[in-house]
Write a protein that binds this ligand. Structure first.
Ligand SMILES: [Zn+2]
Ligand SMILES: [Zn+2]
Length: 179
């Protein structure tokens, strides 16, 4: 077998693995120590994350989904105008619901029900809904708006499995856009 050199993960110098092909560092003792403590840190971090996830309540998972969902909506709508007033969205802006979360909780995570909205319309004009009604029809079309309307009184069934699935789904979409 031909000996293949590798790059030390710590000092970045080339070395020929002597102990095993998995060897990650050169034989410099400082590199070995640094690498092993790095691995230990990683392991501790991973374990902490697992413990945290095991103890997370359903409402915490939902909150996480809400965050990543809103992040996705804001990224999807960047460069577009505010759904209500048309003002160019830049800097800080919100993901605004057409059918409010309070009255229509089942549309909380509906992509057609949530659009990029300026802070003025979302927070200071309570969603600026009259303008929103015009903007949303322009954005998604009459058919989809009718569809959304017909769904608004459905019951939401969002078991924990589904919540976790959606978190992964939107994390992926966010990554995809940021690429
Ligand atoms: Zn090294
Ligand atoms: Zn606005």
């Amino acid at each position: 077998m031909k000996e293949r050199s590798k790059k030390c993960r710590i000092c970045r110098q080339e070395f020929i693995p002597k102990y095993s092909t998995m060897q990650a560092t050169c034989e410099n003792i400082e590199c070995m120590i640094a690498y092993s403590s790095k691995q230990k840190d990683k392991k501790i971090k991973r374990e902490l994350k697992e413990v945290k996830e095991r103890n997370k309540s359903v409402s915490q998972w939902r909150k996480e989904l809400q965050q990543v969902f809103n992040q996705y909506i804001r990224l999807r709508d960047q460069g577009k105008g505010c759904i209500s007033c048309g003002k160019q969205l830049q800097g800080k802006y919100d993901a605004g619901h057409f059918y409010s979360v309070g009255s229509y909780p089942n549309l909380r995570f509906s992509e057609t029900n949530v659009h990029g909205q300026c802070v003025g319309c979302n927070q200071h004009k309570h969603g600026n809904l009259l303008e929103y009604a015009i903007g949303i029809e322009r954005r998604i079309g009459k058919t989809k708006l009718e569809e959304l309307k017909s769904l608004r009184n459905d019951r939401l069934s969002l078991p924990l499995d589904k919540i976790k699935e959606l978190i992964y789904y939107y994390k992926d979409k966010v990554k995809e856009i940021k690429k």
